[in-house]
Design a protein around this ligand. Structure first.
Ligand code: PMP
Length: 353
């Protein structure tokens, strides 16, 4: 090792799901929405002019912040926006998790949490989920430097009831509790009302899933104005212009179309429930997902084998070769037609093996 390498920040990066170049794939591996964004987004894109690109974007992303605040009935000072919720969450880790005590998150959860903690040298402890993959709220009632969990959890899709989230918050008045609601629009109950009641709760959401805009990178946090100010202070100390002007304008157009959001979420949820029935019929077991994916294990066919067979048939799902979950596949909900093709392939494969 060269001498200078001693002082390099060495990290083991997060591994994003595959974004293959091939066409004609059924892509059920990264929890994207199978439906495009609102037609209002296309219209806003057409209205953009090339000349405005000379100028820096508004560092406060005011148009987007105020549209999000209107959507949820909040004040603008209660909203923070960033380049996807990954950016928002990275800022959250940097801003609020500065204790010497370990932060807590589930052992099976979004695999970026331990990456940010390691990169920022934040001590952490993982808290095992129960056997049925539910979060046990009592396990979070002990000394810690902060708490974060997704609701519904990823990659399990399992929801933690709001009363239990509130119990975690009540037991932890001295640290920040972050609820990562990337998938909440697909049927879980949001912890958003709790930001009015508790000053230490932060709810993080994204346009990547329910609004079908993963490619535009828009995430946001909602909390009381004091927390939002602390977040903005860190953001402006890092990079003032995190969001570009096209994204700000398109995000505003998306959030203003509530009817389209409801319509597409409804379609995804209907297809999810249909897929659950089919998977049960085919011998899979899974928790009751409230997200746009199902985390399922087959009673006799190993997940790794099925994953490889699906990949060969140009159907991509996600497989995590990790303790406790290495016999599960995370299957994103595509269009009804895509899910019918997925089910037909799996049924045929299982019957012929
Ligand atoms: N939180 C969870 C639980 C996720 O699964 C994801 C998606 N990878 C994110 C946050 C980040 O999503 P984005 O940065 O696209 O908003």
């Amino acid at each position: 090792m060269k001498k200078w390498e001693e002082n390099v920040r060495k990290v083991v990066p997060y591994t994003p799901g595959e974004q293959p170049k091939e066409q004609n794939l059924i892509k059920l591996n990264t929890n994207e929405n199978p439906y495009p964004p609102s037609p209002k987004v296309a219209q806003a894109l057409q209205e953009m002019t090339i000349d405005c690109m000379r100028l820096y974007p508004d560092p406060s992303a005011h148009l987007l912040v105020s549209a999000i605040a209107d959507f949820y009935g909040l004040k603008e000072e209660q909203v923070f926006v960033g380049v996807g919720s990954d950016d928002v969450l990275a800022m959250v880790f940097m801003t609020f998790f500065n204790s010497k005590k370990p932060i807590l998150f589930p052992d099976i959860t979004y695999s970026f949490y331990d990456v940010w903690a390691d990169m920022l040298r934040i001590p952490y402890e993982t808290v095992p989920l129960r056997e049925d993959f539910t979060i046990c709220a009592k396990d979070y009632c002990r000394e810690n430097g902060g708490i974060i969990f997704p609701n519904p959890n990823a990659p399990t899709g399992v929801e933690l009831p709001l009363a239990e989230i509130e119990a975690i918050i009540q037991a932890n008045p001295d640290v920040i509790v972050v609820v990562d609601e990337a998938y909440v629009d697909f049927g879980a109950e949001s912890a958003l009302p709790l930001i009015e009641k508790y000053d230490n709760v932060l709810v993080v959401q994204t346009f990547s899933k329910s609004r079908g805009m993963a490619g535009m990178r828009i995430g946001y946090a909602m909390a009381n104005p004091v927390l939002i100010k602390y977040l903005n202070d860190v953001k402006y100390s890092f990079n003032s212009y995190t969001m570009d002007q096209t994204t700000i304008a398109l995000g505003k157009a998306a959030v203003e179309d509530r009817a389209y959001l409801e319509e597409t979420v409804h379609k995804v949820v209907e297809t999810r429930e249909w897929t659950k029935r089919e998977l049960s019929r085919l011998g899979f077991v899974f928790g009751d997902s409230k997200a746009n994916f199902i985390f399922a294990a087959h009673k006799t066919c190993p997940a790794a084998e099925l994953f490889a067979a699906l990949r060969k048939a140009n159907i991509i799902v996600r497989y995590f070769n990790k303790p406790r979950i290495d016999n599960y596949l995370r299957i994103t909900i595509g269009t009804q037609k895509e899910m019918e093709a997925f089910v037909a392939f799996v049924e045929k494969y299982l019957s012929e093996r």
